[in-house]
Design a protein around this ligand. Structure first.
Ligand code: APR
Length: 232
């Protein structure tokens, strides 16, 4: 199967960035143990206390700016030299980009970009680590993080579905698949598609029944799987 036309699609979540020091959401001590989603990651939270929301993302943005890609991110870049690799990520960090991947769909937005509260379709690359109240977009409206909050539409879902429908291999990395519609993407691939999930934890046999579970950390198991795929 090894040739540049064979499509390998990656669906990554917070777990691929865990070993770069960026917290996951639902592991013990994760972000949702520390913060209530309804206080910091919904449109209602923004209406109620925009400064609390800005502060939550400002703190995470500073960590993202310091974070470095890990061996899992770099192994996926190596894979691009042998296959047509597309990355669909739920992560809002830029570690796939920093590692050198370039065919990336950010389903839940990008923390290093901002958007006007009045127009989600235009994004602005931030050249500071903070967005403050009073920072305005060119349209004169308040800037907010270019991040998809719970209850908001996932703009590039159709593009992601299209990619997975045509995938020869799907590799799911470091996601609990708890958030929809992203979690449904694993059902978009054909029966002929090889499906793997890399995660150190026990996974529910029902939700993940069609995925070959490679139990372990991303920085160990992704390089191993990439090596196997490259030497087919
Ligand atoms: N390597 C691989 N997987 C890991 C590692 C690691 N080193 N450490 C943790 N994991 C796994 C966990 O076992 C868990 O299954 O990563 C997964 C992280 O799951 P979540 O914390 O739920 O993160 P994620 O699935 O990306 O969340 C999806 O929820 O809060 C929203 O928008 C946010 O994009 C996020 C979405």
């Amino acid at each position: 199967m090894k040739n540049k036309t064979s499509k390998i699609v990656i669906l990554s979540g917070a777990g691929i960035s865990a070993e770069s020091g960026l917290g996951t959401f639902r592991d013990k001590g994760g972000l949702w143990d520390e913060y209530d989603i309804n206080d910091v990651a919904t449109p209602e939270a923004w209406e109620k206390d925009p400064e609390l929301v800005l502060d939550f993302y400002n703190k995470r943005r500073s960590l993202v700016l310091e974070a470095k890609p890990n061996a899992a991110h770099y192994a996926l870049v190596e894979l691009e030299n042998h296959y047509d690799v597309h990355i669909i990520t739920q992560n809002i960090d830029d570690l796939h980009e920093k590692a050198g991947s370039n065919k990336i769909i950010h389903l839940h937005g990008e923390i290093l970009k901002a958007q006007s509260v009045n127009d989600p379709d235009k994004q602005y690359v931030l050249n500071t680590s903070k967005i403050q109240l009073g920072d305005l977009a060119p349209d004169g409206h308040q800037l907010r993080p270019h991040v998809v909050w719970f209850g908001e539409a996932v703009p590039r879902l159709e593009d992601a579905e299209e990619l997975i429908m045509n995938a020869n291999v799907l590799i799911v990395i470091g996601t609990s698949l708890n958030v929809y519609p992203a979690a449904n993407l694993i059902y978009a691939c054909t029966d002929k598609c090889e499906k793997y999930i890399i995660d150190p934890n026990e996974l529910s046999s029902v939700k993940f029944k069609n995925l070959i579970h490679i139990k372990g950390n991303a920085t160990d198991k992704i390089p191993e799987l990439v090596n196997e795929l490259i030497h087919r």
